[in-house]
Design a protein around this ligand. Structure first.
Ligand SMILES: [Zn+2]
Length: 166
């Protein structure tokens, strides 16, 4: 494992900017111990989920910067990358100067890496979700619970519609 991702050194990271820098710099470092594939990099992990549905929105996730990103904002809008965010209004997923497809594969940290940097590459702390859901989730550590609650409520509603109370 590379020097930058040693757990002992991760523990000493306190600033969010340092944590992000380490994460960004490690995208091709085989630091994630996948139970079936051994050590793989964050990029390799994302690539495994190309074409698979996002666990939250169910949309097919895409992966390939060449195919699903552009540096032109107008091109991004023409391609339909823009979507409506609950809080921010119309948004396009953006990293640096590049705009991405709304359902581009991302790796989400269940426990935010800023809160717990030593779990940054821990397999059990990572979840593959689309960029839009990741954006939506933000720093909300109850996102998964809320999603499950919404799902259970929907199931209950459906059951009540099907079998009305007498
Ligand atoms: Zn999604």
């Amino acid at each position: 494992m590379s020097e930058v991702v040693k757990k002992s050194s991760l523990k000493t990271l306190y600033r969010a900017s340092d944590i992000n820098r380490v994460w960004q710099a490690s995208q091709n470092v085989q630091a994630i111990e996948h139970p079936e594939r051994g050590f793989i990099s964050p990029n390799e992990y994302r690539a495994l989920y190309k074409g698979k549905p996002c666990p939250y929105c169910g949309q097919k996730m895409v992966h390939s910067q060449q195919l699903y990103s552009t540096t032109s904002k107008q091109e991004a809008i023409d391609r339909g990358y823009e979507y409506t965010d609950k809080l921010a209004g119309k948004v396009i997923n953006q990293a640096g100067n590049t705009f991405f497809h709304p359902h581009y594969v991302t790796l989400d940290h269940k426990i935010n890496k800023a809160r717990c940097p030593e779990k940054m590459f821990e397999f059990s702390n990572l979840e593959v979700i689309c960029w839009r859901c990741n954006q939506n989730k933000g720093d909300n550590n109850t996102f998964e619970l809320q999603h499950n609650l919404d799902y259970l409520n929907a199931l209950a509603d459906e059951a009540l519609t099907r079998y009305p109370l007498l």
